[in-house]
Design a protein around this ligand. Structure first.
Ligand SMILES: NC(=O)c1ccc[n+]([C@@H]2O[C@H](COP(=O)([O-])OP(=O)(O)OC[C@H]3O[C@@H](n4cnc5c(N)ncnc54)[C@H](O)[C@@H]3O)[C@@H](O)[C@H]2O)c1
Length: 304
């Protein structure tokens, strides 16, 4: 099998590449800020560049579409560039995948589009995107679903919950808060920083490890999985106070949080996936608990 992974140098794309290589696939990796990865054929370009995408997609059976303006701060003050990448860039991927005979596209969407609706979130419920990032992902789903309906190209949308994993240092302040808390607790920048928590710390996240996300992508290539939308979370929520306790325990520290007033409009208070559809159709269940994931990240950082 041969695949194109867009956003191949990102947190999730790089783990998908590793998993595919481990399974004996040929992998083309496309990223606008490419970091070479052993075994991956590199294509440094944008998903909005039709000619380059065409070259990178040649002879591919599957496309894993991860490239995106991947967090809300990237959309302010001017949201046009992010919208253009997430909607027009994704449309370029879907359109060329159809033209070039790709069997299926698996595309990254987000739980952010549920906004502050009641949890656990279900795929067929009301969507209330709280920011332009989420709105652009919802627009990607809408245009992709219509494209699939018209052309017959199968597109599987995976709505990831709160993803963390190895190698997040270079994402800086857009890395998952779990990773940022670990950096603070380990005093990686040489100064003892307190993790900043908005409000009382009782807000929760369904935290999922990037290697589990890669596994869900792999399972989505199975023959019986056609166009559709699937939550990819653990079905468990952790509040931020509990998270800091887990990190302190793993690191052997006792760092307290700095609680500040929440400055973010439409801040999401709880995220929790209803995982029943994903389990039933994809056969996916997350394997890595938060304690194990935190341990892996601390080990990676302390070994470096
Ligand atoms: N990390 C999360 O918690 C999370 C949650 C839900 C959904 N997602 C989605 O999953 C996908 C992967 O997320 P991630 O955490 O790995 O993000 P990331 O920011 O680590 O990786 C995205 C990669 O896309 C690349 N990219 C950006 N614009 C591009 C363009 N125009 N052309 C080619 N490459 C481009 C970036 O250079 C980056 O390497 C994204 O679509 C994101 O929106 C992530």
């Amino acid at each position: 099998m041969k695949a194109l992974v867009t956003g191949s140098s990102g947190l999730i794309g790089s783990r998908i590449c590793s998993l595919l290589l481990k399974n004996g696939w040929e992998v083309n990796g496309m990223d606008i800020r490419l970091i070479p990865q052993e075994g991956v054929e590199p294509f440094q370009c944008s998903i909005t560049d039709t000619g380059s995408v065409r070259r990178a997609m040649k002879d591919c059976d599957f496309v894993f579409h991860e490239a995106a303006a991947s967090s809300s701060p990237m959309f302010y003050p001017d949201p046009r560039e992010g919208v253009s990448v997430n909607v027009n860039g994704s449309m370029t991927i879907f359109q060329l995948a159809h033209e070039m005979g790709v069997q299926k596209v698996v595309a990254a969407s987000t739980s952010s589009i549920y906004g502050n609706t009641a949890v656990p979130s279900k795929e067929d419920q009301l969507l209330v995107p709280p920011n332009m990032y989420a709105a652009s992902k919802l627009a990607m789903e809408a245009t992709g679903l219509t494209h699939s309906e018209i052309t017959g190209l199968p597109i599987v949308f995976l709505r990831y919950f709160s993803v963390y994993g190895l190698g997040e240092r270079r994402k800086g302040n857009i890395a998952n808060m779990l990773s940022q808390f670990i950096w603070d607790v380990l005093e990686l920048d040489g100064k003892g920083r307190q993790p900043v928590i908005f409000g009382d710390g009782k807000q929760t996240r369904d935290l999922i490890y990037a290697d589990d996300i890669a596994e869900a992508n792999f399972l989505a290539t199975k023959k019986n999985v056609g166009t559709g939308i699937y939550n990819v979370g653990t079905g468990r929520e952790t509040n931020l106070n509990e998270l800091l306790d887990i990190i302190n325990e793993a690191a052997g520290r006792k760092v307290s949080a700095k609680y500040v007033k929440n400055p973010i409009k439409n801040y999401i208070y709880r995220t929790l996936a209803d995982t029943s559809k994903t389990k039933r159709v994809l056969g996916f269940s997350a394997k890595t608990g938060v304690k194990t994931g935190v341990r892996a990240i601390i080990d990676e950082l302390t070994a470096a």
